[in-house]
Design a protein around this ligand. Structure first.
Ligand code: PGA
Length: 249
């Protein structure tokens, strides 16, 4: 027993209108009886205020927050705004934001710290591209470990921070990392956390796997050493597809 509670988190990305709130309620109903695991949904910010009252058994979260308190950042949302809307958590550093919004490791660390300041728990994403993976496992482990250390916020603590390992080549591609690849990477990241944060915090911090998780592969992935849950994109959009992943945990 590791003492780490499993977290099954859905990331809806830029999907979901009010018409899909029924799925949030249905997912909350699935999560309700499972007090031994945590379930979270990272929704489009426009749905947070409507979803939060529907989902007392699910932590409702945002997909990003800005690192500044407030100010002239057109189109961005602050941690305070998200918390006021009803978010209890946020993603930071998702590879799609690192890629399309050019977010650096320093940005990601600052976003995580800012979210924590406003009481949000944080899932911080890291992962290597196919290019890096093709240079070999050792190179990939080194790359992701360095990315993690550089993205860790000041005062990182397992009480509010969770790590998600998401190989970029496995996101939305249907190509899932093998349990052996996942076990090796998660072991490397566990060692990195212990070295960076000390044994107590490093061993207590959850490390999720993400990238084409589905009902077909969830059980194998979730029973891999050091896999403390899953971050799920496509398969979290409906209760029907999400249910077997929650059940596998
Ligand atoms: P996917 O996305 O499950 O659709 O591959 C995972 C993610 O990007 O968090």
């Amino acid at each position: 027993m590791t003492g780490r509670r499993k977290l099954i988190a859905g990331n809806w990305k830029m999907n979901g209108l009010k018409g899909q709130l029924g799925e949030v309620s249905a997912i909350a109903a699935l999560a309700g009886p499972r007090s031994e695991i945590d379930v979270a949904l990272f929704l489009p910010a426009t749905l947070i205020a409507a979803a939060a009252p529907l989902a007392s058994t699910v932590l409702i979260g945002a997909q990003d927050c800005h690192q500044a308190e407030a100010g002239a950042f057109t189109g961005n949302l602050s941690a305070a705004m998200l918390a006021e809307a009803g978010a209890g958590c946020t993603l930071v550093g998702h590879s799609e934001r690192r890629q399309y919004q050019h977010e650096s490791n320093a940005d990601v660390a600052a976003k995580a710290a800012q979210a924590h300041k406003h009481g949000l728990s944080v899932v911080l994403c890291v992962g290597e591209t196919l290019d890096t993976r093709e240079q070999g496992d050792e190179i990939a482990h080194g790359f992701v470990s360095d990315q993690l250390v550089a993205s860790l916020p000041e005062g990182a603590d397992a009480g509010w921070l969770t790590i998600a390992y998401e190989p970029v080549w496995a996101i939305g591609t249907g190509k899932v990392a093998s349990p052996a690849q996942v076990a090796a990477m998660h072991a490397a990241l566990r060692a990195t956390l212990v070295k960076a944060l000390g044994a107590a915090t490093g061993n207590a911090m959850r490390i999720l796997y993400g990238g084409s998780v589905s009902g077909d592969n969830a059980a194998d992935l979730l029973h891999t050493d050091n896999v403390d849950g899953a971050l799920v994109g496509g398969a979290s959009l409906t209760a029907e597809k999400f249910a077997p992943i929650i059940a596998a945990a």
